[in-house]
Every structure is written in C-alpha cells, then in structure tokens.
Write a protein that binds this ligand. Sequence first.
Ligand code: FA5
Length: 343
Amino acid sequence: MSLSAFLEQLEQLATEGREAFSKAVDQDAVEKARVKYLGAKKGLLKEVQKQLGKVPAEAKREAGQRFNQLKQDLQGALEKAAESLKGDGEAPANTKGAPPGLPDITLPGRRLRLGRLHPITQTIEELKDIMGRLGFSVADGPEIEDEWHNFEALNIPESHPARDPLENFYLGTAQVGQKDLLLRSQTSTVQIRVMEQQPPPVRIISLGRVYRPDTADATHYPMFHQIEALLVDKQVTMADLKSVLRLFARSYFGGDVHIRFRPSFFPFTEPSVEVDMSWGDRWIEMGGAGMVDPHVLSSVGYDPEEVTGFAFGLGVERICARRHGVRDIREFYRNDLRFLRQF
Ligand code: FA5
C-alpha cells in the first residue's frame, strides 16, 4: 500500500471519528464511538494499524507518526466528549475561548433531557396491554362518585363501616335530602357504571386513582391506583378467575410468580378472596377478588340465573413496586427525579 493511500484512509477515519465523538449526546453514545474507533480488539484504528505493515519501508516512519498523531487526536476527542457530558449534562464552565460575558459558541451544546412517563403511568399502560391481549377492553369512570355507585349498588348498606366518614373523603356538598358525593375509594364503582349501560357479556378493566384517608406508610398512600377487572357471561366460574389472574401475574412478573386465594369478604362478591402473589417463600397481598354477588347483578338489571361473573381489584403501586424492587410506595410520589429517572 502506498503512503498516500494509507494517509488517505487515516484522514477519513479521523474525520469520521471526531464527528462521532462531537455528536455523541450521552455517555452511551460516547462509549459506542469509543468501541467503534478506539476499541482495543476490533476498533477501526486497530484495523488501520494493521495496514502500517504494508506501507513501503521508506515511508513507514511518516506513516507511523501520522498514525500516532491521529490516535492521540481521537483519544482527546473522546475525553472531551466524556468530560462535557459529565455532571447531569451541564455544559462545562465558560472558561476559555470567549471574551468575558459572551457565550463561547465553540463549547459543546447543553444536552437536552428527555422527559418520561411516571412509573405508575408506565405500569398502567403495560397492564392495559396485558389485559387487552386477554380480551378485556378499557372502561373509565369518574373520580368524584355518588354513594350509589361507590356503596349501595355494591351491596354496601348505609350502616356498613366502609361508609364511615373517617374511611372516606366525602366532599360535603350534599343539599338537604340529597346524597353526598365523595372521592371514590375503589375502582369497583366502574363495574356498576358499565353494567348499568350495557347488557352482558361484559369483559372490561378499569384503571385509575382512588382515595382513602389511610396513613401513608411503605404499602399505603392516601391516593393510589387500582386495576379493576370484570367479566360477566354465561357459566363464568372461580376457575376462570384464577386462570385469568395467573395469566395476568405471569405476563407481568414472569414465570416464577405464584398466586393464592385466601377466603375473605367483600359485600359485592360471594365468595370473596384476597389475592396473594409470591416469589420464593414470600407472599404479598395484591388485591381482592370474587364472584360478583347475585344482588349486584340484579341491582343493575342482569339476571343472576342467566349469567355469572368474576371481578378483581389490585393495587397498582404494589404491583409496580414489587416488579421493580421498590420497598416503599411513597417513593413514587416524592417527585425525586433521581428516583423517577430510573424507570
Ligand atoms: C378493594 O378495594 C376491592 N374493591 C377489591 C375488589 C374488587 C374485591 C373486585 C372484589 C372484587 P381492598 O380494599 O382490599 O379491596 O383494596 C385492594 C388493593 O388495593 C389492596 O390489596 C392493595 O393492594 C391496594 N390498596 C388498598 N389500600 C391502599 C393504600 N392506601 N395505598 C396503596 N394501595 C392500597
């Protein structure tokens, strides 16, 4: 290979390499460029170095010098790129190149940070996807509810402790003779709204915020999210409930998750169960479930002799926390960007 052919190769590599480092927008891109151009095994520079042996003996010295120069040059470009992306993407201090007071336009630009969806929003989208694949469509309901949808239609009578003012955020807007409004305490309200509006079969999920005056701790927050599922059709059984929950859990968490039912009580399901999920030997309560109580079906005008149904309601924060190893759900609402940027 002639000296000029070798130098030409070298120049081209230099131009490309410098450009790659100067265009790198984050440390990842810098690393990619480093491997491509300066990689010890398969870097392009290494490839060119191999050509050095083919240059005629009398031109070797010059070729070698140019090669070393270029190598230093690219290493410099790498360090500069890495340096300028350090420290949260801040541009380096304006210390040289421009007269005092004027911006130095030769400095690399300030990297723009892209925003991202909140981890709970990301989880909701994923849960919708999974349940969508199982044939469930998304239904929506208001966060400000009336007592009929939050309680009565769900078989929770006036005297039930779940209606206690200390357990709910009542809005205190009732006029004389009217029922009060409240922030919904569960997404089961949407079951009623959907069944009131359409005849069976029903196969929906509803995801959204719910509110309870719970003291915040590692597993509780006064505002949290639930995913509610409702399936009403002919001959729906507990076995269907368990299969759907298992499929759901395995799709979201992976194959090693197990589910178990513990007998429980909800006024709107009979029988009712608490749904626990486990990894290894630790069981965590994720929500409640059961077969829709015949009273609830009749209260929305369905015939309980004709159709049966199951429903479940799970806490989204707990699901998301478990998947990502977050030990305290309060982290989701501290608005600490160092935490949120990890998702
Ligand atoms: C209910 O809310 C029922 N509506 C669930 C249901 C739906 C039963 C359909 C039957 C049929 P529960 O109050 O247990 O049930 O709440 C369900 C889940 O919400 C809990 O298991 C938990 O994961 C989550 N959860 C409850 N309170 C909080 C809170 N303060 N902060 C975060 N998550 C909570």
